[in-house]
Write a protein that binds this ligand. Structure first.
Ligand SMILES: NC(=O)c1ccc[n+]([C@@H]2O[C@H](COP(=O)([O-])OP(=O)(O)OC[C@H]3O[C@@H](n4cnc5c(N)ncnc54)[C@H](OP(=O)(O)O)[C@@H]3O)[C@@H](O)[C@H]2O)c1
Length: 254
């Protein structure tokens, strides 16, 4: 187990770019980051027009609305280029498991191409577009980590129960896309490293319909997960290869 919140002294500075910023975990990441370092500024990207940050540090959060189309991503990256922030952390939180139209598939007969494509688009392709377009901006940063929220169920080796076809496949695809991107980034600009992060079962809109099957002790609150991730990022080295890490810092098998 890692240490808990109050003991954390993460060396955070400059700007963080948090994408999918209305996620339950992202909201706590933003608050915790602002609390831990008074100089940090945050660019928060979301479909929502505004976040719920209310700890007095809202002025350090630049909230940007996006529909995550490639055009919107290019426009936001253009704004970042103009502002020339030194981005130290990019954290991509986007991910869906269900929505009003579909639930994760229990069996092959439930697979629908539209649902599969939608989950792939949000969980794998949108993160990839950010990584594609951010490269010129991050070239100017000194050192940066790109973190994408993955999930243990995206591990092929760890898949013992089957089911959840779209979600599992989308996270496995995300992992592979990030692996290739990390290799390309390691050639240039070299100083960017990548983390694929599994937060553990965490209470949020994404997990809520499935929490009945999980023991209470195994369900994390978003605040704790935010603290775990900040600690992982504080301890990651610039020369690290891409890692697939769980909330406790343990490596998740591919
Ligand atoms: N909760 C868990 O138990 C658990 C376990 C393993 C992995 N994860 C992963 O952790 C990440 C954060 O999830 P969470 O638990 O904090 O869930 P959440 O509160 O439901 O957040 C959902 C996230 O997905 C984005 N999103 C939702 N619908 C979208 C759409 N149509 N287009 C683009 N983006 C969309 C949201 O971005 P906006 O800000 O734009 O709304 C937000 O970042 C996800 O990638 C998830 O797969 C969660």
């Amino acid at each position: 187990m890692m240490q808990s919140s109050n003991e954390l002294v993460a060396p955070i500075s400059d700007s963080w770019l948090i994408i999918g910023a209305s996620s339950a975990i992202a909201q706590k990441l933003i608050s915790e980051c602002l609390k831990q370092d008074e100089r940090t500024k945050i660019f928060a990207v979301s479909r929502s027009p505004k976040g719920k940050i209310s700890n007095g540090a809202e002025k350090r959060v630049h909230w940007i609305q996006s529909d995550y189309s490639e055009a919107s991503i290019i426009e936001i990256v253009g704004v970042l280029k103009e502002k020339k922030p030194r981005i130290r952390q990019v954290i991509i939180c986007n991910g869906i498991l269900h929505n009003e139209k579909f639930s994760p598939e229990k069996s092959l007969v439930e697979i629908k191409i539209d649902n599969l494509q939608e989950v792939m688009r949000i969980n794998a392709f949108i993160p990839m577009l950010w990584v594609k377009h951010l490269k010129p901006v991050l070239t100017k940063s000194k050192r940066c980590t790109i973190t994408a929220f993955s999930a243990r169920v995206g591990s092929i080796e760890d898949n013992r129960k089957g089911g959840w076809y779209s979600y599992r496949a989308s996270k496995a695809a995300l992992n592979m896309l990030m692996k290739s991107a990390s290799i390309e980034y390691s050639r240039s600009p070299k100083h960017v490293n990548f983390v694929l992060f599994h937060p553990g079962t965490t209470e949020s809109a994404l997990s809520r319909p499935f929490l009945e099957r999980v023991t209470k002790e195994s369900i994390f609150q978003p605040q704790l997960v935010a603290e775990y991730l900040i600690e992982i990022l504080a301890n990651s080295n610039k020369d690290d290869d891409l890692k697939f890490l769980a909330w406790n810092g343990e490596t998740v098998p591919w």
